[in-house]
Design a protein around this ligand. Structure first.
Ligand code: F6P
Length: 707
């Protein structure tokens, strides 16, 4: 057996997602797939090892924590291996228990450390790594990392070690999964930085080139391009290195009065400094390059990274418990699933063509001539009908962060399709009171990053009356509106159904922080809302831990528990209370708090759903029975505000564009949705008859994760 010294630097010798089409709408509930391995008797796993490898990614700690706690809950011991495969070769291995992973879920980086390991590409290194697994009694190894780490796993598999891979990289470039741990935090960090650069670029009338990470892949660049409303996005997948075209565009936009020009440049293209010099020389516009670099890899993970990290970790152990061997965990078509490792490595992945198309439409800012030249206009309706198709757009009910991005995409794509757009203020009230404005590219300028809704949103009791609805229809007829785009939650969609019943063509875009619109896995605003709540709960957690206090935090959700489930998992709450899944027995909760207090636990966090409510009385009862100071905090409308998250900006833009595409295709009475990994649309009447529950796999897993 070669030792580490002998290994040296010696080199080694040795589906795309299914495009399911619309009409098949199903209830979103427990879609956690079972491992597809056969379930024949296999050697019982007593000990697993876990390591993080390659570039660190925010959310890796959540995954390790979930591996450890799920394993321990099932009687399996866990060994943590430091610095990725290097730690396996160097035998830097420690025992982990539930306590070792306490207070890690909210931390960036990886507490196990990570490294790129050149030894692992040598035969000797691989032999030693496998031998050390056996030496330390590791029956299976969970590896959290990117494609490179998966390749390392295969070499261990060849040596008889059972390895489970968890996708962890900010680059999102692992083909077998739609999601990789760290991507969401990285794009939000980059987006927030670019928002700031944009402010100074506008003030100084500069061109800014911002280089984002991603190695050879353009996912971060694409998402930031959409989320930041960039003028140009350069990725290896799309850019044809035609710098003169870029220069011409800068000059044209400058002449037309544009104050800044933002270019998002992917790391794979690079050369940002050189490009800045050339652009400044050619255009005379002051041009600066900013390379965001490692900034994007750090920071406390977002809610999505903590929740998906946790689910991936729990799933890895579930696979092992069910006898799975050499699998990789993935998120695909709306569910946590797993694939054979080799099969996963042979898969291919490209940038989402729909998002790429949207980016094209939004950066062209609805220039219909350009779209026509590029064959993007399906129906040049003015030529066919003698008049422009006219659409209306409104936001109704509670506002949700990302609504502006949706309106902006509706307006800009509609103008691109040569349509006329009217915006109605305060939802259905605007229709009744004829309070509207014609929307242009300018009306939506600089709005993608703003919270709330430019068009204002409100409930409209008058619209519930026959008289109110007739007035609304009168306005729509007067303005010759061919289709009305309504952006809001279930109440808004029900209003849409009333209009449909009266012969109006309505297209809905689901927007609510509650995530409770049944036909879609995503609703505009949910992502921002859970991050806002999570950040507040993190703060409450800090002070509660210092004071040895119990805290009950009530999060939004109206009648559903999605917010509570996500925020509870993301903050490591001891108790999550929802109507759908959780036992609300106060006596049990109190006994558990008393027992944990005796064991020395100083913090008790309870995340309660608005749908269950009564947080103040729950806090009083706990304080009375346990003697622990207990406080209730109701987050309320705090969760509706704030600048939208990257996902909310990107998905809202996609949904806005989709709504106009639906209208342009001549479809009627549809609701736009994100389902099974794609933006799609359903018949609104059918879709509104569906029901949905928070993800059962997540609910089940959450019970094993709190100590
Ligand atoms: O894979 C994550 C990543 O941050 C890439 O975006 C980047 O190209 C690379 O890692 C940088 O790697 P290193 O930290 O080893 O320089």
């Amino acid at each position: 057996m070669a030792t580490k010294k002998e290994i040296g630097d010696k080199k080694k010798t040795t589906a795309k997602s299914s495009q399911k089409k619309v009409e098949k709408v199903k209830v979103v509930s427990d879609k956690a797939a079972m491992p597809t391995e056969d379930k024949k008797e296999k050697k019982k796993i007593k000990t697993i090892g876990v390591l993080t490898s390659g570039g660190d990614a925010p959310g890796m700690n959540a995954a390790v924590r979930a591996v450890v706690r799920t394993a321990i809950a099932n009687g399996i011991a866990v060994k943590g291996i430091k610095r990725g495969f290097s730690g396996l070769i160097d035998e830097d291995i420690v025992d982990l228990n539930s306590r070792s992973v306490a207070d890690t879920i909210q931390k960036g980086g990886t507490f196990l450390f990570t490294a790129r390991c050149p030894e692992m590409i040598t035969t000797e290194g691989q032999d030693l790594a496998a031998a050390n697994c056996r030496k330390h009694g590791i029956d299976a190894l969970v590896v959290i990392g990117g494609d490179g780490s998966y390749k390392g796993c295969l070499t261990l598999k060849e040596r008889g070690i059972n390895v489970i891979g968890i996708p962890g990289t900010i680059d999102l470039d692992i083909a077998s999964t739609e999601y990789t741990i760290g991507f969401d935090t990285a794009v939000n960090t980059a987006m927030n930085a670019i928002d700031k650069i944009r402010d100074t670029s506008t003030s100084q009338e500069r061109c800014s080139i911002i280089e984002v990470m991603g190695r050879h892949a353009g996912y971060i660049a694409l998402w930031c391009g959409l989320a930041n409303g960039a003028e140009a996005v350069l990725t290896t997948e799309l850019y044809k290195y035609e710098e003169q075209k870029l220069i011409n565009d800068i000059q044209t936009k400058r002449k037309s009065g544009r104050k800044h020009y933002i270019i998002i440049n992917a790391e794979g293209i690079g050369d940002s400094e050189g490009m800045a010099k050339r652009i400044e020389y050619a255009t005379g516009m002051p041009t600066t390059a900013t390379i965001l670099g490692y900034l994007q890899r750090g920071g406390s993970p977002t809610c999505k990274d903590r929740v998906y990290g946790s689910a991936f970790g729990a799933k890895a152990v579930d696979i092992l418990l069910k006898g799975g061997e050499n699998r990789v965990v993935a998120f695909k078509n709306g569910a946590f699933v797993d694939f054979d490792m080799e099969e996963a490595l042979s898969m291919k992945k490209t940038l989402d063509p729909f998002l790429v198309d949207m980016l094209g439409k939004l950066t062209r800012k609805g220039d219909s001539r350009l779209m026509k030249n590029e064959g993007l206009l399906a129906v040049d309706n003015e030529e066919n009908t003698g008049r422009k198709t006219t659409i209306g757009v409104l936001t109704s009910g509670m506002d949700a962060p990302g609504m502006n991005a949706a309106i902006r995409a509706v307006v800009r794509s509609a103008i691109g399709y040569n349509m006329k757009v009217f915006g109605f203020r305060r939802g259905y009230s605007g229709l009744i009171e004829k309070d509207y404005l014609e929307m242009t590219n300018k009306t939506m300028s600089e709005t993608v990053q703003r919270g709330g809704t430019q068009l204002l949103a409100s409930d409209c009791p008058e619209f519930l009356t026959e008289e109110g609805q007739n007035k609304a229809i009168e306005t729509l007829k007067e303005l010759k509106i061919d289709a009305l785009v309504i952006i809001g939650g279930n109440g808004t969609m029900r209003g849409g159904l009333d209009l449909i019943a009266k012969g109006i063509n309505v297209v809905g875009i689901p927007a609510t922080i509650d995530l409770d619109v049944a036909c879609t896995e995503y609703t505009i605003g949910f992502d921002t809302a859970i991050n806002t709540a999570m950040e507040s709960i993190d703060k409450i957690r800090d002070t509660s831990a210092s004071h040895e206090r119990c805290s009950v935090i009530e999060v939004a959700g109206k009648r559903s528990g999605h917010n509570a489930l996500w925020c509870g998992i993301a903050t490591g709450a001891e108790e999550i209370i929802t109507n759908e899944y959780h036992d609300q027995n106060q006596q049990r909760m109190i006994s558990e708090i008393i027992n944990k207090k005796k064991l020395g636990k100083r913090l008790h966090l309870i995340v309660n759903s608005e749908s269950v409510g009564k947080s103040a009385s729950l806090a009083k009862n706990i304080e009375f029975a346990t003697g622990l100071e207990t406080r209730a905090t109701v987050l309320g409308i705090l969760q509706c505000g704030g600048t939208p998250s990257c996902q909310d900006r990107v998905f809202a833009s996609a949904m806005g564009g989709k709504a106009v595409e639906v209208i342009n295709a001549g479809k009627k009475n549809r609701i736009v949705a994100y389902q099974n990994g794609e933006f799609t649309d359903f018949d609104m009447e059918k879709a509104m008859r569906l029901q949905k529950f928070p993800d059962a796999y997540m609910a089940e897993m959450s019970k094993k994760l709190s100590r």
